[in-house]
Design a protein around this ligand. Structure first.
Ligand code: AMP
Ligand code: MG
Length: 425
């Protein structure tokens, strides 16, 4: 494998001491490749998993031409161009209970939504526009040949891929696979992600925090973010700022996981010690990213025992920085490792900003924001204090306000870009 440093160094804008967010994300995404391993599992178990193979439709969906409306099926050629047409109704076609007769000139059939089109029917008129009485139906002019029909195979065609490999399975995909009559799918094995916190001042929930100590919150936000992505997660705990412990822990983690996520120990004060340990394990690059919060971050590949190896994401220690760098860098890379293809960029939506924001150009800033509605118009405001240790600002937020490198101060009413944090699916 070529070294990451030489691979990344080929980019003109690559500067490990002032790395633009977009470039960092792209470099990481391009460096990693999906893990191997396929499982065949029952359809419902596949929610949140990634398709390892395309799902090929064995049937046309819908299987037959059918009606899109409750109404009357008829032959368009029977209708008068400029006046009413009265036809005799010879039967009813229900969904799941087809009408087997064939339409003759002057006839119509009562037809329900989803019912297969009887022979001779090429047009459906919705029931709201006709007059029906005594076994006859009167249809006004102005109909269109072929209206209100759903054609066989218009949703999915037999023999073609209904879903591509690499697709994350959400509720719509579950339903779509079921609509093909398929009850199990081939998915990639779950990604295994190990994580731990570092710091002599950091104590585990359950142990009283002494003087100068703080409770570990990063392992909880990481637990939440990784669980939501459906990975197999391995919580290694809090480890001391001690070179031997760090080395052993990283080596063990790299042996059991595809990716290892750490928090803390990469900031200026501690990077030298971490850097030295990581250099013994593989190739890890230490970056200063042109962003706030979350400037320091390490990325690379480390060896475990024997030939095992894992990708390493060394996130900063500050709780908000952990979440922001996770979402911007680790999340897309982990999805790619898990086999998702393509990994979509998070949507950026432009909305007016209700509050002014002070911002220096040159870096990307992520502010915790609240999207709210005022008089029917969506707007965003900052949650207030934005310190990178203030987790309450993250808990209050429903979006991140993303201010790009070129952006300076924002005046109230200016349009800003936001990334929505809560997803519907
Ligand atoms: P570091 O990058 O290790 O210097 O940490 C930066 C800041 O984040 C320090 O104030 C740490 O106390 C804090 N911090 C580090 N790890 C954690 C953690 N697991 N939970 C909460 N705060 C942390
Ligand atoms: Mg630390």
């Amino acid at each position: 494998m070529t070294s990451l440093a030489s691979q990344f160094g080929g980019h003109d804008a690559y500067d490990p001491n002032a790395l633009p967010v977009e470039l960092g994300r792209r470099l990481i995404l391009d460096a990693v490749e999906p893990v191997g391993g396929i499982e065949h599992i029952p359809l419902r178990d596949a929610l949140g998993r990634v398709l390892a193979e395309p799902v090929v439709s064995p049937i046309d969906v819908p299987a037959h031409d059918n009606s899109a409306m409750d109404g009357y099926g008829l032959c368009y050629a029977d209708l008068a161009a400029d006046g009413d047409t009265t036809l005799s109704v010879i039967g009813t076609a229900f969904a799941g209970q087809p009408f087997d007769g064939e339409l003759q000139p002057g006839q119509a059939v009562r037809i329900m939504t989803g019912a297969r089109l009887p022979a001779g029917v090429d047009t459906v008129v919705m029931q709201e526009v006709v007059r029906a009485a005594d076994g006859r139906v009167t249809v006004p002019p102005g109909q269109r040949c072929g209206q209100n029909l759903r054609r066989a195979g218009e949703d999915l065609r037999a023999g073609l891929a209904a879903l591509p490999a690499g697709r994350l399975i959400r509720p719509a995909e579950l339903g779509l696979v079921a609509s093909l009559g398929i009850g199990s799918v081939a998915v990639r094995r779950r990604l295994r992600v190990a994580f731990f916190s570092t710091g002599d001042e950091v104590v585990n929930v359950g142990t009283p925090a002494g003087d100068g100590q703080i409770y570990d919150s990063n392992r909880y936000t990481l637990f939440g973010m990784l669980s939501r992505l459906g990975f197999d997660i391995i919580d290694i705990g809090v480890i001391r700022d001690d070179p031997e412990t760090l080395e052993t822990t990283l080596r063990d983690a790299a042996s059991i996981a595809d990716a290892v996520i750490t928090s803390g120990g990469v900031s200026v004060g501690e990077a030298d010690f971490t850097r030295e340990v990581m250099a013994r394990l593989g190739e890890v690059l230490f970056w200063k990213i042109a962003m706030k919060p979350g400037r320091p971050m390490a990325f690379g590949r480390i060896g475990g025992h024997g030939s095992d190896a894992a990708w390493l994401f060394g996130l900063p220690g500050n709780p908000v920085a952990v979440m922001v760098t996770f979402y911007q860098f680790a999340r897309p890379a982990l999805l790619r490792l898990a086999g998702v293809d393509p990994v979509a960029e998070p949507a950026l939506l432009g909305v007016p900003c209700a509050t002014p924001i002070r911002k220096a150009p040159g870096r990307t800033e992520y502010l915790r924001g609240v999207l709210f509605q005022d008089g029917g118009q969506w707007q965003v405001r900052s949650t207030g204090a934005q310190g990178s240790g203030i987790l309450s600002s993250m808990a209050d937020a429903n979006c991140l306000i993303v201010l790009g490198p070129a952006q300076g101060n924002v005046a109230a009413g200016d349009t800003v870009q936001v990334q929505v944090l809560d997803g519907l699916v």
